[in-house]
Design a protein around this ligand. Structure first.
Ligand SMILES: N#Cc1c(-c2ccc3ccn(Cc4ccc(CN5CCOCC5)cc4)c3c2)n[nH]c1N
Length: 250
């Protein structure tokens, strides 16, 4: 998988060289390239922003540097890129709320391009223009306001890359975690490790009893209970036939 990130704050993306994602690059599973938007300005001050038409607070990012930066990437597609080009992922407060389903969809792509906005966002014509050429997804991390797209790119990249085959050693764990489609999107059950008793708190006996069927039932019940309590919206999406605990159905 190739990831291109365009930003004015390249240092924000340094964590992509660490840990899981850094290792995936060393293994050749991932090729991450960070590009400075200011390389696509031509004035003395390397200007990327300007005041909004119609007035309003703050500054917007000018379309020209974005057009030059994104055109340069599209002109040099990586080996294995799809005919239809990359998915352009644009973090934005007004985007679709990012989800595990979106992570699974993006993990199936050979090439992602991330546009990290700053200030009050990017001139709307950039997304409008590129929607006519490639697939564009405006994505939000959630209902709170950040100062730019870089933090979102770090989160989205981690959620996507961990799903790429070979990146996570134990692929089985991917199907048992919260929000996994194989897990009906439920929240994960509580998990415990040794010691069996800690500060007067004991691990549920069923988990040490050796009865795998009982363990699986307990884990499913706890996942349903936790989801009903903390994320009733997720439970509502669950097919009633798969909601084994009708006392929890919402
Ligand atoms: N992903 C994600 C995000 C972001 C995010 C993502 C990308 C950028 C690029 C710039 N910013 C700052 C910014 C702040 C406020 C606003 C809204 N104002 C615009 C002018 O009119 C008033 C309203 C826009 C832009 C960004 C924020 N925030 N929250 C998420 N979950």
């Amino acid at each position: 998988m190739r990831l291109d990130v365009v930003t004015i704050f390249a240092d924000y993306l340094a964590p992509l060289q660490l840990s899981l994602i850094g290792k995936a690059q060393q293994q050749g599973l991932l090729d991450v390239r960070v590009h400075d938007l200011r390389e696509h300005t031509h004035d003395r001050h390397r200007t990327v922003d300007d005041t909004p038409y119609g007035g309003g607070a703050g500054l917007l990012m000018k379309p020209e540097p974005w057009g030059e930066a994104l055109d340069a990437l599209l002109a040099d597609p990586p080996a294995g890129a799809r005919e239809e080009g990359p998915v352009l992922v644009v973090p934005s407060p007004v985007g679709e709320v990012f989800s595990q389903r979106a992570a699974v969809e993006l993990a199936a792509e050979p090439w992602l391009v991330f546009a990290c906005g700053r200030y009050e966002g990017i001139d709307a014509r950039v997304v409008e223009h590129y929607r006519t050429r490639i697939r564009v997804r405006e994505v939000s991390l959630g209902d709170y306001v950040l100062n730019g797209g870089e933090v979102a790119v770090l989160a989205i990249t981690e959620a996507v890359v961990r799903l790429v085959p070979g990146v996570i050693g134990n692929a089985a764990s991917l199907t048992e975690e919260s929000h996994a489609p194989e897990h009906d999107g439920l929240l994960e059950h509580p998990a415990y490790t040794k010691p069996a008793s800690w500060r007067g708190l004991d691990v549920p006996a069923v988990l040490a009893g050796g009865n795998h069927g009982a363990v699986e039932r307990w884990r499913r019940d706890e996942a349903l209970r936790r989801t009903a309590s903390r994320r009733p919206d997720v439970l509502r999406r669950l097919d009633p036939a798969r909601c084994d605990r009708h006392d929890l159905a919402v």
